[in-house]
Design a protein around this ligand. Structure first.
Ligand code: SF4
Ligand code: SF4
Length: 381
């Protein structure tokens, strides 16, 4: 298992992490078995958005004795009413539900207090300028949550949240199809058929900007919906008319800037095995470029997807990484120190490029790599 820094939190999370949906139908004993199985593969990070008391109790049992080995992302604003999950901004309900979560998990701290699901601008202001954020800050001051996070599907709102400097972690939906959708306050739009009937020609700029902003601000992203709710794996449901594999979806999400981990639903033991098998997958198995470059209604032309298809370079330049650092620096209008440091650590640098063109022949997205190497050489020196 590879462990990644989750932004600037200091947390080292397993890149394959555990969502809680897969535990919904399990008994306490089965939940513990599933958790221990995940941990035996090296998973150390799990998300707990669910508010069901039974599920919370079961998860408490599942992590008993393992608390210090796990990084828990627990949600604020997810509550239980009339026997069902409900998102709330009512501060009394928020407090009550968070206390309940800590009690049922039998823990005195939550690593990431994740403010649950903000997609609308109005909602964002209500939360960030109101008692919910005050409560999150109070919990952080008390050490009961170590870091504040927020979950969202809307890049415009997520960007506003990151810009406040108040959140350290963003839980965001990332996959190749959502990355082509413009910002919306209505999450259903991400699934709507008519959206995919239109012709989108490239990645949506607001999403790329969001990932780059997170990288700049040291905000770690953990990913939800990496498989588009399973649609991308299904020939009939995939909006592209082509399927991706589990490895390709994971690799796509993990190669976006700032991403620390992918949350998997793990509805079965098989799911779990399939996801952690990513760690052993070959570069060919992870390669999503062939699917993306062969799409009919969509094009990623000219946009670096960080797929690594351009390798090998005779001078040993890691083109994908150089391009990623170049894009980060360009997006920020300066070269941030962290990006400069990362660039320095590369074994070979852009100024070694001999313009042989071999990478451009291999790039399925028509990226002007030689120009990029020249720009990077100039920018980074
Ligand atoms: S330059 Fe092309 S081949 Fe290389 S990482 Fe970017 S998109 Fe992939
Ligand atoms: S053009 Fe430059 S970056 Fe591309 S393969 Fe040749 S030397 Fe490497």
């Amino acid at each position: 298992m590879i462990y990644r820094n989750l932004g600037n939190t200091g947390l080292k999370v397993s890149e394959i992490a555990l969502g809680c949906e897969g535990f919904a139908e399990l008994s306490a004993k089965e939940s513990r078995k599933r958790m221990e199985q995940a941990m035996s593969y090296g998973v150390n990070f799990f998300d707990m958005y669910a508010s069901s008391p039974k599920l919370r109790d079961n998860m408490g049992y599942a992590i008993k004795g393992h608390r210090d080995d796990l990084i828990i992302q627990g949600h604020l604003c997810s509550t239980w009413k009339n026997e069902q999950y409900l998102r709330t901004r009512n501060i009394e309900e928020v407090r009550e539900s968070f206390e309940d979560l800590m009690k049922r998990l039998d823990t005195d701290y939550i690593d990431i207090g994740m403010i649950h699901y903000i997609d609308a601008e109005e909602d964002f202001h209500q939360v960030f300028d109101g008692p919910v954020m005050e409560y999150a800050l109070e919990l952080k001051k008390q050490g009961r949550i170590k870091h504040i996070g927020m979950s969202s599907h809307n890049p415009a709102v997520a960007k506003m949240a990151v810009e406040t400097g108040l959140i350290e972690v963003l839980m965001f939906s990332i996959n190749p199809s959502y990355d082509m959708q413009p910002p919306t306050e209505d999450v259903e739009q991400l699934w709507a058929d008519e959206v995919y009937m239109e012709s989108y020609h490239n990645q949506d700029a607001s999403r790329t900007e969001l990932y780059e902003l997170c990288e700049k601000m040291g905000v770690g992203i953990d990913v939800m919906k990496a498989f588009g709710g399973g649609d991308l794996l299904d020939e009939e449901l995939s909006p592209f008319g082509k399927t991706f594999t589990v490895n390709q979806c994971i690799h796509y999400a993990l190669t976006r800037p700032a991403v620390g981990a992918i949350m998997g639903g793990f509805r079965s033991e098989e799911n779990l095995k399939e996801m952690v098998a990513y760690e052993m997958a070959t570069e060919e198995e992870k390669d999503y470029a062939n699917v993306l470059s062969g799409l009919e209604r969509h094009s990623f032309e000219g946009h670096c997807m960080y797929c690594g298809h351009c390798a090998p370079c005779p001078k040993g330049i890691d083109v994908a990484s150089v391009t990623k650092y170049l894009n980060l620096a360009v997006a920020q209008g300066e070269v941030p120190e962290t990006v400069r440091e990362h660039y320095k650590l590369l074994n070979h640098h852009a100024d070694e490029c001999i313009a042989c063109g071999s990478c451009e022949k291999n790039c399925p997205f028509g990226v002007k790599i030689i120009d990029n190497m020249k720009r990077a050489a100039k920018l980074f020196g």
